[in-house]
Each structure stands twice: as C-alpha cells, then as structure tokens.
Design a protein around this ligand. Structure first.
Ligand code: COA
Ligand code: MG
Length: 292
C-alpha cells in the first residue's frame, strides 16, 4: 500500500470508558469512524475487571456498523495488562490499542501477546512517552514485521511526562508531532492526532483539529460526541479541494499535456506529485461517500 493511502476513512476516533454502558450504546449511533473502548486511563482501578468484561461483551454484541472498534488495554506490565491482552486476543476487536510504547521491544512484546488472535486483528499504539520521542522511526518500522498499523498521539501523557503545558497552540509539541507524522508516513502507518480536552468550546476544538490536518494527520482522537461532527468536517476534503483535485486530473488528461511533468492549472505550477495528491483527495472522498 502506498504511503498515505488507507483502506477507509479514519477521521474521528471516539474514546469512551468501557465501563460506561450508556456511552457504548451511544457510540453505536454516532458518525465517528472509530470507536475506542478504553480500559486504561479512563477506568478506575476498581472498575478494570468489569470494564474488560463489558468491552468483550460489547464486541460480541456488535452493532457498530461501519465503525472500526478498538480496545485500549492497560500496559503489559501493569496488573491488568496480561488479562486484557488475553481476553482481547479472543475477541472481535478490529484492533488492540496499546499504551505508553517507548521502544521497538515494547511493540514486539505486544505483538507476541496477540499471537493467537485472528489474522485481521491490528495492533495500534499510543505514542505518548519521552522514550518514544527518540525512537519514532524504529518503532514505525515495526509495521513491516508485526500487526502494527496505526498510531495515536497521546498528548496528555506526553505533557505530563515532559512537564510541558498543553496550550491551545500546542507549541511545545509541534516538533514532535511533525516527526511522528514523518515516521508514520515513512512506514505506511495511519496516524491520528491527540485529544482536545476542551469539549465544551468547539471553536477551540476546531482550531486544534485544523492544526492536526495541516500537520498531515489522518484524523483525530476525541473524547465527547460533540466533537465528532466538526472533526469529520475538518478531515474530509471540502468542495474547494475537490474542485482542485478534479481540475488537476482533467488538466493532466488533456492531449496537449500528455508526457509533461509540470503544467499550469489555475495559474499555479502543478506537477505529477500534485496529480498523486489530487487522486488521493478523490480516493478519500470516495471512501467517505461509501460509508454514507
Ligand atoms: N462516548 C459516547 N458517549 C458519550 C461520551 C463518549 N466519549 N461522552 C459523553 N457521552 C454521552 C453521555 O453519556 C451523555 O449521554 P446522554 O445525554 O444520553 O445521557 C451525553 O454524551 C452527554 O454527555 P455530557 O454530559 O456532555 O458529558 P459528561 O459530563 O457526562 O462526561 C466526560 C464528560 C469527559 C467525562 C466524558 O465525555 C468521557 O468520559 N469521555 C471519554 C473519556 C475517555 O475515554 N478518556 C480516555 C482517552 S483520553
Ligand atoms: Mg495515555
């Protein structure tokens, strides 16, 4: 699969505590592309075992339609991690999302823990530790030899570890976000931006989602139903982008442009690389149209 191509839209990934039955029911009807049932940070220690059972039961029950369903497990070295992984390996989850990855060995251990799982089950990883900052490329390279297929940025945990401030502009994290996107693209991973904790102010949310789009993220992780629609809008090609894509494709199709590498479209230099981008825009639009 070429870098930056993915088989389905992954604009919006909504987290919810797996212990929250009402939220699970609600998620089945929300227009998010991905549902992440959380067993980790959003679940208190005394509720961990019940949340695990609830997640497996929800997967068994289904009803999530076109949405991919992932379960975020507790870390493999916590007292719940091994139980979570064993239960999920036998479940109907599309993906197991693993937290606090710091090095290639971490991915290797999670991959092994899913050894008996269905072949289609993917391994997704949270990128949220100081260790991962220095190992982005080797961790991404694990996609070639393991189930690893997607990253989610964990900006809250990273801010905690770095003792940095998570401001609306996210200045302390920008170099890291760009590096992570580059590493993911290099190895064909899908990459989703971190959450915006501000779920009441959708202007703040939208600005952050747009920043993620500009950085190249495929989508964003979310914590509240109100964030889903604006997130989908930001990460869907808009009318202007679609017009541009169609114009570029039409221009390169003209007989007088046959065999040319650089042409003029709407007064701008347009190269074959832009033709690739234009096709990618239309491919994403088709994927979105296909899920209704
Ligand atoms: N997924 C699905 N439904 C959700 C939801 C979510 N993440 N968050 C809230 N809802 C539902 C509520 O159940 C409620 O449903 P109802 O009106 O039918 O009863 C409705 O949306 C409105 O919720 P609201 O009152 O605005 O939010 P809240 O104050 O109850 O909860 C949070 C706020 C942040 C605690 C909650 O949104 C949440 O738990 N988010 C996910 C946290 C998480 O998973 N974190 C881990 C990753 S960082
Ligand atoms: Mg975290």
């Amino acid at each position: 699969m070429p870098a930056n191509a993915q088989p389905r839209p992954r604009r919006s990934a909504l987290y919810l505590p797996a212990s929250n039955a009402r939220a699970i029911e609600k998620a089945r009807g929300l227009p998010c592309d991905i549902v992440v049932l959380d067993l980790e940070d959003a679940v208190a220690p005394e509720a961990k075992a019940g949340a695990r059972e609830a997640a497996v039961a929800a997967l068994e029950q289904g009803g999530f339609g076109h949405r991919e369903v992932a379960v975020r497990v507790n870390g493999i070295d916590t007292e719940w991690g091994a139980h979570d992984l064993a239960a999920l390996a036998r479940s109907k989850a599309d993906a197991v999302l693993v937290p606090k990855v710091a090095c290639t060995q971490d991915i290797g251990r999670y991959h092994e823990a899913l050894e008996g799982a269905p072949e289609a089950m993917q391994l997704w990883a949270m990128i949220e530790t100081c260790g991962s900052v220095f190992n982005l490329e080797p961790i991404a390279a694990m996609a070639a030899s393991t189930r690893l297929s997607l990253w989610i940025m964990g900006t809250n945990d990273l801010a905690k570890e770095m003792r940095a401030r998570l401001t609306p502009q996210r200045t302390p994290f920008l170099p890291f976000l760009a590096q992570a996107v580059a590493a993911a693209r290099l190895h064909g991973l899908t990459i989703l931006d971190g959450v915006c904790n501000e779920f009441r102010d959708l202007d703040v949310f939208e600005a952050e989602a747009r920043q993620g789009l500009e950085f190249g993220f495929d989508g964003k992780s979310l914590i509240h139903p109100a964030q889903v629609a604006p997130c989908n809008t930001v990460f869907s090609p808009d009318a202007e982008e679609l017009d541009w894509a169609r114009a570029v494709i039409a221009a390169f199709d003209l007989p007088e442009n046959a065999g040319k590498g650089a042409i003029r479209v709407d007064g701008k230099m347009t190269e074959l690389l832009h033709l690739d981008q234009a096709r990618q825009v239309l491919a994403v639009a088709h994927q979105i149209a296909a899920i209704g």
